[in-house]
Design a protein around this ligand. Structure first.
Ligand SMILES: Cc1cc2nc3c(=O)[nH]c(=O)nc-3n(C[C@H](O)[C@H](O)[C@H](O)COP(=O)(O)OP(=O)(O)OC[C@H]3O[C@@H](n4cnc5c(N)ncnc54)[C@H](O)[C@@H]3O)c2cc1C
Length: 94
C-alpha cells in the first residue's frame, strides 16, 4: 500500500514539474490522475479489509475514506476517460 501511494505521489509530482516547466502535460497528468485515483480506492478498500467488521461500520473513518476516494475515479474525468486520453496520446506518438 505504501509503495503504491509513493508511486502515485511521484507520478503526480512529475506531472506538476512538467506543467511548471511549460511542457505538454496531458499524458503525464492523465496517468497521474488515473493511477492516484485508483490507488486511493484500492488502499482505502484494503484498509476496510484490515479492520474487518469495524472497517465496514461507520464507527471508524475507513468506510468514509473508501466512499470519498471512489469519487476521484468519477469526478473531473473518469478513469475510463483518462485511459482513452492516454491511449490516444500513445497512438499519436507512433
Ligand atoms: C459527488 C459528486 C460531485 C461532483 N461535482 C461536480 C462539480 O463540482 N462540477 C462538475 O462539473 N461536475 C461534478 N460532478 C460530475 C462528475 O464530473 C461526473 O459525474 C463525471 O464527469 C462523469 O459523468 P457522468 O456522471 O455523466 O457519467 P457518464 O458520462 O454517463 O459515464 C458513465 C460511465 O461510463 C463511462 N464512459 C463514458 N463515456 C465513455 C467512453 N467513451 N468510453 C468508455 N467509458 C465511458 C464513464 O467513465 C462512467 O464510468 C460531480 C459528481 C459527483 C458524484
Amino acid at each position: 500500500m505504501a509503495t503504491q501511494i509513493e508511486c502515485a505521489r511521484l507520478l503526480t509530482q512529475q506531472a506538476a514539474a512538467t506543467k511548471d516547466a511549460g511542457k505538454p502535460v496531458t499524458q503525464k497528468s492523465a496517468m497521474a490522475k488515473l493511477y492516484a485515483s485508483e490507488t486511493a480506492v484500492r488502499v482505502a478498500e484494503e484498509s476496510i479489509q484490515i479492520h474487518g467488521g469495524y472497517g465496514y461500520t461507520k464507527d471508524y473513518p475507513a468506510e468514509k475514506y473508501w466512499r470519498d476516494s471512489k469519487l476521484c475515479t468519477i469526478g473531473e474525468g473518469t478513469s475510463e476517460i483518462q485511459r482513452i486520453v492516454i491511449a490516444k496520446n500513445l497512438l499519436k506518438s507512433l
